[in-house]
Design a protein around this ligand. Structure first.
Ligand SMILES: [Zn+2]
Length: 73
């Protein structure tokens, strides 16, 4: 699954309009999320996770590969 496919799938599952979509994830009036690579190992994991921007670094440390891919600074 590509990052773009993950975002599309996530928006559909959450019932969010496509207008919420951003290059990196999505943004509503209330909050923002970025799609980051994930290797948490959970069976339901698609290899991607929606993370609040303020948690991006934490996620990166625990589950990350985003830095390698240039997705997290
Ligand atoms: Zn995961």
């Amino acid at each position: 699954m590509t990052r773009s496919e993950f975002i599309t799938e996530y928006l559909r599952r959450e019932g969010l309009p496509d207008s919420c979509r951003t290059v990196t994830g999505f943004k509503t009036r209330e909050f923002e999320r970025v799609a980051l690579p994930c290797n948490c190992g959970l069976p339901e994991c698609t290899g991607w996770a929606m993370v609040p921007p303020y948690d991006a670094r934490k996620h990166e440390k625990v589950f990350g590969m985003g830095q390698m891919m240039g997705l997290v600074s």
